[in-house]
Design a protein around this ligand. Structure first.
Ligand code: NAD
Length: 458
């Protein structure tokens, strides 16, 4: 789509929203059902697009993209009748007789801007919340994953109501044009730098934003942890999608007493998962672009590499790599790694690891492997993160009951499940009074006696 057609597209969506078409629960359920059907019927096409863009294997494509979206849509469809029901709340004596409730209403026309790392689910999972809440939506997939972007643009209009949903393909010019218009909510997933551009553009229209960002998600391993299980779970969470997962463990902080054993178990698990030469494994993804792959060659320069370390820019390939004790001021420890390179840092005491994390920006995810309840409590008490997962990595993403979002520089706002519905709804408070009784207490002329009575009617 070229930028000149954007105003017409937005006018069409606005007209649809204003017509009330998107409000009935039946319409929303029909759209959610279509999302489920689209994920099922085009599983093969979408998997092929993901393979072309990221070398994503079919299993990971199904698990983290198509089935993830389908489950999200199914969950919303099954719960929608409950979610849209007005919620009764207490009415204070001063407003009696009366009733109070919160009635969710759709925000209007919303914009979803997605990144390249989960190029399907980062468009479609937020869309589920927007549909459930009764909005019209414009989706802007990432231009870096061209095959998936094209697949979404061609398949989605065959399933969803074209008057209510539009896919705008393209990069910076198209997104800039979109952002010049007024939306009723913008959900952006991507990096911090662009997030400030999005938020600045949104501020011009006072549009609320949800920013789903990244950062360095740490993984703490205590000496009490089951190291074999920890190694499996961390290897999986780190190396799915070749580490290009916003909630992947970015680095490990491991207690000195178990560091060697953990590193050996992790190295073994990488070999078990991807073989002696992971470049031959059908299950190991590629980096999204040559530019992104070249970055790893730079990041690894001068580092102490325990396993892996090969970078083939042309083939967009980076080995699953373990780096030992990188300098805290090296680029590897300053930037979000966002690839299959895992620094393992040894600490003498777990409170050193806690301090290490506390001294840095609040991460999107925080992982702790321990059997110690006291350590678990200390970490939860002391450290902030978008989400915390104890004794596993990444798997918390499968729960539609847990909100997903960052805190501080890892993002603001949240979605998935009810929280996606809430994000794209205005929770409209309504108080309905009766004409039956009109207490004169609040009306002038005021008096000391009335002032004293006030505290009894709250
Ligand atoms: P990206 O380069 O695809 O950019 C994201 C979106 O921003 C794209 O749609 C792109 O067109 C748009 N964009 C880029 N430059 C722009 C500009 N100047 N003006 C307006 N729009 C612009 O993806 P990325 O940002 O490299 O994604 C990776 C980041 O996303 C990582 O930091 C990762 O942690 C984060 N991420 C977060 C989540 C989450 O849910 N919190 C999920 C996935 C990725």
């Amino acid at each position: 789509m070229d930028t000149t057609s954007i105003p017409d597209t937005l006018a069409r969506l606005r007209q649809t929203f204003d017509s009330g078409k998107t409000r009935p629960v039946e319409w929303r359920i029909a759209q959610l059902t279509e999302i489920e059907r689209m994920m099922r019927e085009h599983e093969a096409d979408l998997a092929e697009a993901l393979r072309a863009d990221l070398g994503k294997c079919r299993f990971e494509a199904i698990l983290t993209e198509m089935s993830f979206v389908e489950e999200e849509a199914k969950y919303a469809r099954r719960n929608l009748a409950e979610w849209i029901r007005p919620q009764r709340v207490r009415t204070p004596l001063m407003a009696q007789p009366g009733r109070s409730y919160i009635q969710p209403e759709p925000k209007g026309v919303v914009l979803i801007i997605a990144p390249w790392n989960y190029p399907l689910s980062m468009v479609m999972a937020p869309l589920v919340g927007a549909v459930a809440a009764g909005n019209c939506a414009v989706m802007k997939p990432s231009e870096i994953t061209t095959h998936t972007s094209a697949a979404i643009a061609s398949i989605l209009p065959r399933y969803l109501d074209r008057d209510a949903f539009a896919v705008v393909e393209g990069g910076v010019p198209e997104t800039t044009e979109l952002l010049a218009h007024r939306f009723d909510h913008i959900l952006y997933t991507g990096n911090e730098r662009v997030a400030t551009i999005v938020m600045t553009a949104a501020a011009k229209h006072l549009t609320p934003v949800t920013l789903e960002l990244g950062g360095k998600s740490p993984c703490l391993i205590d000496k009490s942890a089951d190291l074999e299980v920890a190694a499996s779970r961390i290897a999986w969470g780190k190396f799915i999608n070749a580490g290009q997962t916003c909630v992947a463990p970015d680095h490990v902080l491991v207690h000195r007493e178990v560091a060697q054993r953990f590193i050996e178990a992790l190295s073994q698990r990488i070999k078990d998962f991807y073989g002696e030469d992971p470049s031959q494994s059908p299950d190991f993804c590629r980096i999204a672009s040559e530019r992104h792959a070249a970055r790893f060659a730079e990041l690894l320069k001068g580092q102490k590499i325990h396993l892996g370390g090969r970078v083939d820019v042309e083939k967009r390939y980076v080995d699953p790599t373990i780096v030992l004790d990188p300098a805290p001021d090296s680029a590897l420890m300053r930037e979000e790694i966002f690839g299959p390179v895992l620094p393992v840092i040894t600490v003498d005491e777990m409170h050193h690891a806690i301090k290490f994390v506390a001294d840095r920006p609040k991460p999107l995810a925080l992982y702790l492997f321990t059997k110690s309840k006291a350590l678990e409590e200390a970490v939860l008490e002391r450290l902030s993160a978008g989400s915390v997962c104890i004794n596993d990595a990444v798997i918390f993403m499968v729960s539609p009951e847990l909100p997903f979002g960052g805190v501080g520089t890892s993002g603001m706002g949240r979605y998935t499940g009810w929280y996606g519905f809430e994000t794209f709804s205005h929770m409209k408070p309504v108080m309905r009074r009766s004409f039956r009784f009109d207490a004169p207490l609040r009306y002038p002329p005021y008096s000391d006696k009335k002032a004293k009575l006030l505290k009894f009617v709250r």
